[in-house]
Design a protein around this ligand. Structure first.
Ligand code: CA
Ligand code: CA
Length: 233
């Protein structure tokens, strides 16, 4: 019985040590995150690199990798002041950017460190394009007169390229065709039974592009549907 009690106590003690060790380990690592963004082809997207639970760094070197077929690195800004920030702009052939910040003493503040500016390339495929974030060898923390490794848990974001909507004047239900259903929806809108909502449907409903959805648009669509006068395009 005594043996069992000692064994149980030993296991409990071991568990406690493990829990404390993992807690200490979790506490001693900074978290660095790269935010996500979205936009259409041709848009500029700003992403933020931020630090949480900062254990302190004298120099931070980060490499951000991206799909060069989707994104173009425009530039970066450092949100910290007092130290020296440097960015290695990626050339057209590269798919990464290196960002460094060095100070004369450990930086322990949390918050945004860098703002990254990307442009979504024209013709970029729609969908999510993941980015990578890695900590470079140039990262360190001051320890008195020495330098020690700066470690961090890294989380990287992505840029989502929105699907460009195609305008088709008269297609108010956005199914890709102009037909009797669109005419019915437009009629209901005009008599006030059921209003057309949503930016794309509203844009398509104003067929003559005069800024209002009215009987003229209804007439144009009716003529198109019976083939008297087709809407172009
Ligand atoms: Ca339609
Ligand atoms: Ca109109």
């Amino acid at each position: 019985m005594k043996k069992i009690t000692i064994t149980v106590l030993a296991v409990l003690l071991l568990l406690q040590v493990c829990v404390i060790a993992s807690y200490v380990a979790a506490q001693s690592e900074s978290k660095i995150s790269l935010s996500s963004g979205q936009g259409y082809a041709g848009d500029t997207v700003e992403l933020t690199v931020s630090v949480e639970d900062n254990t302190g760094f004298g120099s931070l070197e980060l490499t951000v990798g991206f799909d060069k077929n989707v994104l173009e690195f425009v530039g970066a800004e450092c949100e910290f002041s007092g130290g020296m920030a440097q960015f290695t702009p990626a050339s057209a052939a590269d798919g990464f950017a290196v960002l460094t910040y060095t100070d004369i003493e450990n930086v322990t503040a949390d918050g945004a460190v860098f703002t990254l500016i990307f442009r979504i390339k024209n013709g970029a495929p729609s969908g999510e394009s993941p980015l990578t974030l890695s900590l470079g060898d140039g990262s360190f923390a001051y320890d008195g007169y020495d330098m020690k490794n700066f470690v961090a848990t890294l989380n990287s974001g992505s840029v989502t390229v929105n699907k460009a909507s195609t305008a088709l004047l008269g297609d108010v239900d956005l199914d890709g065709d102009r037909d009797a259903i669109d005419l019915l929806i437009l009629s209901r809108h005009n008599i006030g039974t059921e209003l057309i909502t949503g930016p794309e449907a509203i844009r398509n409903a104003d067929i003559n592009c005069d800024g209002s959805i009215d009987a003229i648009d209804l007439l144009i669509l009716a003529r198109h549907n019976i083939g008297t006068e087709l809407i172009v395009p």
